[in-house]
Design a protein around this ligand. Structure first.
Ligand code: 13P
Length: 246
């Protein structure tokens, strides 16, 4: 079964729009039940979107590792879980770049989310095109998964390979290259964790036209979608495509 995740980022601007989009995604998810669909809206829409989802799964875009306390502006693991959130995106390149999240913080988030029973979707990826992206990604994995042990498995961990140069540019990675990096990620996580094979998604300018070229690859377990997840029609195309490989 392939996974298709909608990362709405800081969109839309109104609850009404969020409600409408969530309703449409739920419809597509229900009609394509060989695909796992996750919707990760901004925090403020989690209750509303959660109410609209049945078959599709509620996700979040970030989390704070503590369960409560004096941490102004943060949203914690317990709060997400109590709202019905099952998956949380961690270490997205936009959080690393604009909000200066460090590997150390990302590591704490991943480990605490997993130990709290949430699915952690760890994002990794190289900034510029390079000859050996897997080498760069390996270093990120070593730092972000430090301390991960076999007892944290069978892993609720998902790794999203998102080359930064491909995000929001319309210039998606070559599917073969993305598949090769995905295979290396699986090997690397197995080495770190000593246990199960991790699921790896591709993200970066995925749309209704190119999704199939990624999803048809066995090494790629799904896609993490930004811009195209904001159009109900475009996102439905991606879900339908994924369902052919379910
Ligand atoms: P785009 O699909 O807009 O390139 O964004 C990808 C992404 O960052 C998903 O997390």
């Amino acid at each position: 079964m392939k996974t298709v995740i909608a990362n709405w980022k800081s969109n839309p601007n109104t609850t009404r729009e969020a409600e409408k989009l969530a309703g449409a995604v739920e419809k597509s998810a229900a009609a394509n039940n060989k695909t796992k669909v996750v919707v990760a809206p901004p925090f403020v829409y989690l209750p509303t979107v959660g109410q609209r989802l049945r078959r599709a799964v509620l996700g979040a875009q970030n989390v704070y590792w503590n369960e409560g306390g004096a941490y102004t502006g943060e949203v914690n693991l317990a709060q997400l879980k109590n709202l019905g959130v099952k998956s949380v995106i961690i270490g997205h390149s936009e959080r690393r770049e604009y909000f200066k999240e460090t590997d150390e913080q990302i590591n704490r988030k991943v480990l605490s989310a997993l130990r709290f029973g949430l699915e952690a979707i760890l994002c990794v990826g190289n900034k510029e095109k390079m000859a050996n992206p897997a080498g760069f990604v390996n270093k990120q994995l070593m730092a972000d998964l430090k301390g991960l042990s076999a007892k944290d498995g069978p892993l609720k961990l998902v790794v999203a390979y998102e080359p930064i140069w491909a995000i929001g540019t319309g210039d998606a990675d070559d599917p073969l290259s993305a598949a090769q990096v995905s295979a290396k990620i699986k090997e690397q996580v197995q080495k770190i964790n000593g246990a199960s094979k991790v699921r790896v998604l591709y993200g970066g300018s995925v749309n209704g036209v190119n999704a199939g070229a990624f999803l048809e690859r066995d090494e790629i377990d799904g896609v993490l979608v930004g811009g195209s997840s904001l159009s109900a029609k475009e996102f439905e195309k991606i879900i339908k495509t994924a369902n052919n490989f379910g």
